[in-house]
Write a protein that binds this ligand. Structure first.
Ligand SMILES: [Zn+2]
Length: 250
């Protein structure tokens, strides 16, 4: 039985997500979608889009993987698996796998996402650069820390050059870089990045914006244990560290 979802409700949920109202979006999508994903052959691009958005707002809920997998499988049957909604389905599944710690598959999906977005919106497009940052974060957690930190700095510089007014994303990227640097025990670099993130947030975001609080809180929170690659290898900054991280021994 072919399953239909109200496209208007899906558009509304997307608007709510963009506005940061993910709880409201979750309620809209829960109402629009059936309790379980339909069979892939009974699905369609509207259900795919709803399922991908639902997976994003479900976050760590175990149902997120089911919906993200459904969206991705539908996207692979479309005549244009590189269209933006299909790429969004790929990104939603990559995010779910990242949270589940399935990093190899996650990285593979993010690599496809980056390539697809670079073709669709150009290498300097906002979505393509944000996907590159997500990929760098997954690679960092997967132990390629020096390469991932370098990539994150490169992406941040490119983002500032091509999207100078999107301060919110600059702050997010700076926080990601700062957290990577802190986990790798590159403390002076981490402090510098946190200070830059908090300063930028105060300068450009409206007073009381949740991202200002988040930046301040992250800057004050002590880092967790260092990443395994850095703990098992040499300290950050040594030549051995660069070698150990270069991917040759992985
Ligand atoms: Zn590290």
């Amino acid at each position: 039985m072919v399953f239909e979802v109200d496209a208007g409700a899906v558009d509304y949920a997307a608007v709510l997500i963009d506005a940061g109202q993910s709880a409201a979006a979750k309620a809209v999508l829960a109402e629009a979608l059936p309790p379980k994903p339909p069979a892939v052959q009974d699905s369609n691009p509207v259900v795919m889009r709803a399922a991908a958005l639902y997976a994003v707002v479900l976050g760590r809920d175990p149902a997120a993987e089911r919906w993200a997998t459904h969206a991705f499988e539908v996207s692979q049957r479309l005549p244009e698996p590189d269209a933006l909604p299909a790429l969004a389905a790929r990104g939603a599944l990559a995010g779910v796998l990242y949270r589940a710690g399935q990093l190899d598959r996650c990285i593979q999906l993010f690599q496809g996402l980056v390539e697809g977005l670079q073709r669709r919106v150009g290498p300097d497009g906002s979505a393509a650069l944000i996907a590159r940052a997500d990929l760098a974060l997954a690679q960092h957690v997967n132990g390629r820390c020096a390469a991932a930190r370098t990539e994150m700095s490169t992406v941040l510089a490119a983002y500032r050059r091509h999207h100078p007014h999107d301060h919110r994303t600059h702050v997010r990227m700076l926080l990601t870089l700062a957290q990577m640097q802190r986990r790798c025990q590159a403390d002076p670099d981490a402090v510098q990045s946190f200070v830059a993130a908090v300063t930028l947030a105060h300068q450009h975001l409206p007073t009381g914006d949740p991202l200002i609080r988040q930046a301040t809180r992250l800057a004050r929170t002590p880092g967790g244990p260092p990443c395994r690659q850095c703990r098992d290898g040499a300290t950050a900054g040594s030549y051995l560290y660069g070698d150990a991280d270069g991917g040759v021994t992985r």
